[in-house]
Design a protein around this ligand. Structure first.
Ligand SMILES: [Zn+2]
Length: 429
């Protein structure tokens, strides 16, 4: 690619600065709160009008019957496609259009899209309406400078990433939309910072562990057997043996923050004994020995680990307690699991984005891996597509915070990186 091409694209994107700002503001001003999943149709319809005007063919797809889909809160998705005029690869930009709750502590209107000192404020500004806007401007600038090219560009805006992505990317993947015969490269413009490429994420296993007891009157605990005491033995074993074992398991995955470059385990919740009463109950609790106690564990595992071993470690620990502790019994059930995912950093997608970052920002791209999962998991597992990265403007730590913002310069820089990537992967002719 010549210097001219880069200068042309830079000029096209600079000329669209006002359009980029307006687009980001418009998207923020459609409050797509999830839960429950508000205004999904409105935002998809807005994007449809916008992208059709730029020559895209646009479909609105409802994830009918998917988790959380209902007539009151239908799960709408938008998929747009632009053909370059000759056979070639498809590059797909995927952004989730849902945002999390507002929360407290805002000094700016959360759905106002206020522009101040080069920053646009609002819920979803960085996570990830700014990223969607940058991808759209990148595609439009590329098409303006290179009207004919090999392959196609797709842009999607999808539902429910913040609640698992089942009515969004997972649904589209099940419909074959991310089949490797159809799409060859996916860029998810999540706010990972404009000089970083996120290659994937660690694995997840959630499980519920229940200890058993025998109910009795609380004044005569010797007549019962406390499930809470038994769970105490489990917690102690986790702290003294399991956690040190996990701390010793390190990964070659470049996970950020670096403290997450090992296996981790969190106890997400614990509950034992009588159920908690609602806030309007004014009475006292009843005295009983707890006959069951439950915890939910959240184990994050590494690409070097096998999920069967991850599970076996926990059951071995529980069996060890059972062998030595009188009256101890347990049940364990799987809740959720996702395999770790990491795109090859030698793939054409990663190489093209990396080179574009060097050209635009004059520094080497940093490769990172996310400690938690995002929609890449569905593209990998259901879609069977490996060439997927997260790359987009914004600062990850601002996501889900009050006064969330996105910098206009950052959006412009990453739009240029995306446009240069298109030149590499979809050769103009
Ligand atoms: Zn996000």
């Amino acid at each position: 690619m010549g210097i001219n091409s880069q200068a042309q694209l830079e000029a096209e994107i600079a000329a669209r600065r006002d359009a980029l700002i307006a687009l980001t503001q418009d998207l923020i001003r459609i409050p797509t709160l999830n839960p429950p999943g508000q205004n999904y149709f409105e935002i998809c319809d807005y994007l449809k009008t916008r992208l059709e005007a730029s020559g895209f063919t646009v479909e609105l797809i409802r994830a009918k019957g998917a988790l959380a889909d209902s007539d009151t809160h239908p799960r709408w998705n938008m998929v747009a496609r632009y053909e370059g005029g000759m056979a070639g690869d498809t590059v797909h930009f995927n952004g989730h259009h849902d945002v999390v709750e507002v929360g407290h502590g805002w000094t700016k209107p959360p759905f106002g899209g206020v522009l101040e000192d080069g920053r646009i404020y609002g819920r979803g500004a960085c996570d990830m309406k700014g990223g969607i806007a940058a991808a759209i401007i990148a595609a439009e600038a590329f098409i303006a400078t290179h009207p004919t090219f090999k392959g196609a560009i797709e842009i999607s805006a999808t539902a429910d990433e913040e609640s698992g992505g089942f009515g969004g990317v997972a649904y589209l993947a099940e419909q074959g939309r991310f089949d490797p015969s159809r799409v060859q490269h996916v860029i998810i413009p999540e706010p990972l910072q404009k000089d970083r490429i996120c290659l994937g994420h660690r694995g997840v296993w959630w499980a519920e562990v229940e200890t058993k007891g025998r109910i009795a009157h609380g004044s005569m605990p010797f007549l019962g057997d406390s499930a809470i005491s038994h769970m105490g033995a489990v917690l102690s074993e986790i702290e003294t043996h399991l956690l040190p074992l996990l701390e010793g398991k390190h990964t070659a995955m470049p996970v950020v923050p670096p403290q997450a470059r090992q296996s981790t385990l969190n106890i997400n919740s614990i509950h034992g004994g009588e159920a908690e009463q609602s806030a309007d109950y004014t009475g006292l609790p009843a005295p009983c020995v707890a006959d069951r106690c439950r915890i939910v564990i959240d184990r994050r595992f590494l690409i070097e680990e096998d999920i069967q071993n991850v599970k076996a470690e926990v059951t071995a620990m529980l069996d060890k307690i059972k062998a030595t502790r009188v009256g101890f019994d347990y049940e364990i059930s799987d809740l959720f699991e996702v395999q770790p995912s990491m795109t090859d950093d030698r793939s054409p997608l990663v190489q093209s984005v990396g080179q574009a970052i060097e050209r635009v920002l004059e520094r080497k791209a940093e490769f990172v891996v996310s400690p938690g999962t995002y929609d890449q998991k569905h593209i990998d597992r259901i879609g069977k597509l490996k060439n997927c990265i997260a790359y987009g403007p914004g600062i990850l730590e601002l996501a889900h915070q009050p006064d969330e913002w996105i910098g206009v310069d950052d959006m412009q820089d990453s739009a240029l990186v995306m446009a240069l990537t298109l030149v590499e992967l979809l050769p103009p002719f």
